[in-house]
Design a protein. Structure first.
Length: 424
């Protein structure tokens, strides 16, 4: 691997300096070989490589929608050096063998670290616990467990999962959706627009009520719970309440819930069908407030690639989910940095340092200092572009930002000393 010398980057807002990289780690510039590859980074900001707590890679099983190779290429383009790969593949990641297999594909094909998420229940059936301990002790060292796509609705099963993961410092990541209040057909925020469009409603209470239960189970079991894709003001309130009581809860918000609202679905465009659904303005404001004050700990993309034939249906029948890895940083810049809610330090915390800590990844989210693993994202805070879904590295095209003017920040991504993306 060639030595790298990044010259003049502003290190997460701490002022300009040089970053030397040798053998996958930051090193003293004086210790580099005679002719390092030089990257002129004047005017750029260097962030620790971004970490996504919530990615769907679709491999194994749906390689027509995304593969580890294409999904992590999209991740690198988006500035990510690690992604947590959700368990709802085919087969489901619910055994040690499945987790190790996915991690191995990641090491072989990945342009970012692929960290398997283990299922909470066998086959995501919500009935019987999966092999949590075996997955934790496997080579994949699974620490995050989730039935994402499905809610662990059974309170007794959730309690047992929390008790179990505590032994190895794991965390249960909940897709909070009470299936009795918001069933499989629910696809639009329950309110004026769902009524007008005649779409089955997904009420805010179906999320907040599960989170209210889960934070109390986390308290009872003295274990860790993480709330996936928080989408409502009520959920932010519940998490704030729990944190004030010292309950070990963390939460993520998606880029799309920080910027898009229910009105996007007025044209019945299935691109905007996502679970949980887009919410009205007052929820978007509460989510931005929650991310600003740390009630919400992290941004998680919920990158959900779909093949055309699964997405191009009438709204009610189309698959739920949208792409997110390549545009996540752009949307967070637009909603949090450009509105003055965040500085670079907060951005680094919410998109790298804290997600790495939640997932217990020792080599990610580390400071940009000598001896640390060289995971770094160089960004141009002023560049903008129209998003073009056909320029995506993802195999899928369900991109809700197509045609939109957004920041275009990522100039270069370096994972473990290797350049995984460099803007042409
Ligand atoms: Zn989910």
């Amino acid at each position: 691997m060639t030595d790298l010398l990044i010259i003049g980057a502003d290190r997460a807002g701490e002022g300009p300096g040089d970053l030397a990289i040798r053998d996958g780690r930051f090193d003293d510039p004086a210790d580099l070989g005679p002719d390092p590859q030089r990257i002129d980074a004047a005017g750029l900001v260097a962030l620790p490589g971004l970490v996504d707590l919530h990615t769907h890679l679709r491999e194994p099983g749906r390689e027509d929608a995304e593969t580890v190779a294409t999904g992590t290429r999209a991740a690198a383009r988006g500035g990510f050096t690690a992604v947590l790969a959700m368990a709802n593949t085919d087969p489901v990641t619910d055994t040690a063998e499945a987790a190790e297999h996915l991690a191995d594909i990641g090491w072989r094909d990945g342009d970012a670290q692929v960290v398997p998420v283990g299922a909470v229940s066998k086959g995501l059936d919500g009935v019987e616990l999966a092999e949590l301990g075996l997955m934790a002790r496997s080579r994949a060292a699974v620490r995050v467990f989730s039935d994402d796509g499905h809610c662990v609705a059974d309170g007794r099963l959730m309690r047992r999962a929390l008790e179990y993961v505590r032994a190895f410092d794991g965390v249960v990541a909940q897709h909070a959706q009470d299936p009795k209040l918001a069933g499989p057909d629910a696809c639009c925020h329950e309110g004026e627009i769902s009524g007008k469009l005649g779409l089955p409603g997904w009420p805010a209470v179906a999320e907040a009520s599960i989170v209210a239960r889960d934070v109390q189970l986390a308290q009872l079991t003295r274990s860790r719970v993480h709330v996936c894709h928080v989408s409502t003001a009520e959920t932010v309130d519940v998490i704030r309440w729990a944190k004030q009581r010292g309950i070990d809860v963390t939460a993520e918000v998606t880029p799309h819930h920080l910027l898009l609202t229910t009105s996007e679905v007025l044209g019945y465009d299935p691109t905007y069908k996502v679970n949980p659904p887009l919410r009205p303005d007052e929820h978007v404001v509460a989510l931005r407030d929650g991310l600003s004050d740390g009630t919400i700990d992290a941004v998680g993309t919920d990158h959900a690639p779909h093949a055309r034939h699964d997405k191009e249906h009438a709204f009610a029948e189309a698959a739920s989910g949208m792409l997110g890895l390549e545009t996540a940083l752009a949307v967070v810049l637009e909603t949090m940095i450009n509105t003055g809610r965040f500085g670079w330090r907060e951005l680094a915390l919410r998109m790298s340092v804290v997600p790495a800590h939640i997932a217990r990844l020792p080599d990610q989210g580390r400071p940009l200092t000598v001896g640390e693993p060289a995971n770094v994202t160089l960004i141009d805070p002023n560049a903008r572009a129209l998003v073009d879904r056909d320029a995506s590295a993802s195999l899928a095209r369900n991109n809700p930002w197509h045609g939109r003017d957004l920041p275009d920040p990522v100039v270069s991504t370096i994972w473990a000393g290797r350049i995984t993306y460099s803007r042409p």
